[in-house]
Design a binder for this molecule. Structure first.
Ligand SMILES: *Cc1c(COP(=O)(O)O)cnc(C)c1O
Length: 390
């Protein structure tokens, strides 16, 4: 690991106490902490239901299943994202149909989404890339006009908003992820939020081996009685979140605003320190989007390609400063190329952006000296490229 890591979870005494309490309680799965965590995330995002699951990916999988998406169906999504947002479409046997991105927000271009809709399109799966909620209202309108659901992969956007509405409140269902680099963490974990009671019931059942849920699903003779524990009404999975993880999640949610503020301060300080660096494009956040900072990703201008970008990242690593190439395009990943025959040039904006991005070390507890060291190292590596280009 680098001396300056790319990310670092913010775990305080409250989190450690919460986990210790859970361990002492003897109740390690399916208990009051899960219920409390679900309530906290649902309330924060203005939704009626929260369903805690073992990862963001699991949450996306169950959401697509709940919406009845399967073989022969198409789901429109972005090629510029973490691979889970497309993989979940393959889990249910449907086909991801990629559309290119808007170069400012880095989210899907709504006009291209609209143009890609066919008779086979059964959902739009939109990602709030790097925590930017741009275009969510427009995408929800397009989905509504075509009578298909919008699913929000909100795994990078907890705490952000668009037009005053929280990330997670735009789609029929939205999914958060709690891997250690996210705004809050449970180690591994995720959460589906929705206002749709039937969808929530389905997800509660399928995360737990397809068991009948406490409120019953109506179709079972075992409904509502204690014997329902062994009634498996449908094919399900073990996507449960432990009480240990849920208690960590509760403690993090109690501190959410503090965690988000700290990240915002670090992001703003980066903006100040980097605004005069030649050849660098900083993140753009346009009204009416309120960013929840997931990562801090800068981009080289288009005089640079992936060779130069990769060399800069390697140079930073040599100085033990974390840096990464968020995100390689999903359609150009070997598995996707082989399965779907995608080629370079299919989504030119996403590809052009993707080969020039650099994610910098980013976490709430970063101090001034550390940030200055990151900035100086980046500047030196860029100057080195400028020399090489002369
Ligand atoms: C983090 C993330 C996920 C979920 O990841 P898990 O590791 O499964 O929790 C999904 N989509 C995007 C865009 C993400 O960034």
């Amino acid at each position: 690991m680098s001396v300056i890591p790319l990310s670092k979870p913010d775990i305080g005494d409250a989190e450690i106490e919460a986990v210790t309490d859970t361990l002492r309680s003897g109740r390690l799965s399916i208990g009051p902490r899960q219920a409390r965590f679900e309530e906290l995330v649902a309330d924060r995002t203005g939704r009626r239901h929260g369903i805690a699951v073992s990862s963001g990916t699991a949450g996306l999988h169950l959401s697509l299943l709940a919406l009845g998406i399967g073989p022969g169906d198409e789901v429109i999504t972005t090629p510029f994202s973490f691979i889970a947002s497309a993989n979940c479409i393959l889990f249910v046997g449907a086909k991801p149909v990629f559309v290119d991105i808007d170069p400012r927000s880095l989210n899907m271009d709504p006009a291209l989404v609209e143009a890609a809709i066919t008779d086979k399109t059964k959902a739009i799966l939109a990602v709030e890339v790097f925590g930017n909620a741009a275009h969510m209202e427009k995408l929800a309108q397009i989905a509504q006009a075509h009578e298909i659901p919008l699913i929000e992969d909100a795994c990078e956007g907890l705490g952000g908003s668009h037009n005053g509405r929280p990330v997670g409140s735009h789609g029929r269902a939205a999914v958060f992820g709690f891997y250690p680099n996210k705004q809050i963490t449970t180690g591994e974990g995720g959460m589906i939020v929705t206002d749709d009671g039937r969808l929530a019931e389905f997800c509660r059942s399928t995360r737990n081996q397809g068991r009948a849920t406490m409120s019953g699903t109506g179709s079972s003779a075992y409904g509502n009685v204690s014997g329902s524990w062994l009634a498996h009404e449908r094919l399900g999975y073990n996507y449960r979140l432990s009480e240990i993880a849920a208690s960590l999640g509760c403690a993090q949610m109690e501190r959410l605003d503090q965690l988000l503020d700290a990240r915002r301060r670090i992001a703003n300080a980066y903006m100040q320190r980097l605004c005069d660096v030649e050849d660098l494009i900083l993140p753009t956040i346009d009204e009416p989007n309120h960013m929840s900072w997931f990562v801090f990703v800068v981009r080289l201008n288009d005089h640079y390609g992936h060779t130069e970008r990769d060399r800069i990242i390697e140079g930073m690593h040599r100085h033990e400063v974390g840096a990464s190439n968020y995100f390689p395009c999903i359609h150009l990943q070997p598995f996707y190329r082989e399965t779907f025959g995608h080629n370079k040039g299919d989504y030119p904006v996403a590809e052009s952006v993707s080969q020039r991005t650099i994610a910098l070390p980013f976490f709430g507890q970063m101090d001034d000296t550390t940030q200055e060291l990151v900035v100086q190292t980046l500047k030196v590596m860029i100057q080195r490229e400028q020399l090489l280009q002369r």
